[in-house]
Design a protein around this ligand. Sequence first.
Ligand code: PLP
Length: 403
Amino acid sequence: MHAFLDHCRSQLAEIRLQGRYRHFTPLRREATRFPVYTILRNGEPRDITVWSSNDYLAMGVDPVTIGGARDALENLGAGAGGTRNIGGTSPLHDALEAELAGLHGKDAALLFSSGFVSNQASLTAILRSLPDWHVFSDAKNHASMIAGIKGSPATVHIFRHNDLAHLAALLAAAPGDAPKLIAFESVYSMDADIAPIGAICDLADRHGALTYLDEVHAVGMYGAHGGGVSERDGVAHRLTVIEGTLAKAFGCHGGYIAAEATIIDYIRSTAPGFIFTTALPPAVVGGALASVRHLTRDTGRREALFRQVGLLKRKLDAAGLPRLPSESHIVPVMIRDADLCREVSRLLLERHGHYATPINYPTVPRGTERLRLTPTPLHTEAMMDDLVAALVDIFASMEERAA
Ligand code: PLP
């Protein structure tokens, strides 16, 4: 047998032993019934309520988005038919980039195949541009940013999560004349906390550093027009690059960056992850354009999201369930054990018809395993009451078992 297959088998055995083997649960989403999905149980469909979707505002099932996607599909066809440079750019692509640039108050924007690719391709392109970049990366940055940074020869400094004093010390210790970039996120999706963006921009100004902000878990939801936390905090103009996704609150697919025209032009001309791949398909671009345009105006939907998030947090607290204090729309319920976390998730689904993905190592550190709940404007109070009662029941039966 080839050494590689040997390696795969032994690694997979190890992953299973550590409880990290990934089981996918096939969930059938029905646009008109979201967040109720169906799963097959003994060959029969069963309704379940899903609490783990990143379609945070339910725009992926909204007639506005579906209509935009359908029109583009019917008028322009299924695939883009080429890279952006070789026949793949449609007026829809240009319109979406212009819309996203406007959303963030930047000159220009650039679409990528996914949020992951936008981070990886853009960070690598920026950090390969000059010989002696120093990059300052938050310890909890997403794997896509880490991949982008690792793909470059930059000197990497990792600052403790959201720790301004540590970041300031690292900036001060770096060579004064080296080009510097601070890479961080606004809403951290696992801990549900929010970066002090303005204060990080202050440090960047003091040390002549550029800034790269991932707003993947904030665009569409924060700020008067859904421009993210940087819009909410009135600091978007201070950031060099703002990165986002069309796959979460906008309910579609794809990633993007927004920045001044020269930077966008440079990345457009040098990043292989942008250049050598087929453009996003028209249906995705048409759906995203309709969704982004709609969300710049639909403040009621943002208000409904935060109303439902507040309601769920209060209900969990009233029931004495251990949730991580969170200032964002993400509600982590702490289990703090990998096996228990999987078991709570299994019981929730099998006994009570609620689906919440267990989040275990390596996504979060060992001992901080959790269920990550993301209520949307379409989760009703009755659904929340049912979920909370189910969690109380499961926690009680586990305590009984442990006693
Ligand atoms: N950035 C962060 C912080 C993320 O959590 C994710 C993915 O979930 C991404 C980027 C990648 O975005 P996408 O799902 O569009 O590839």
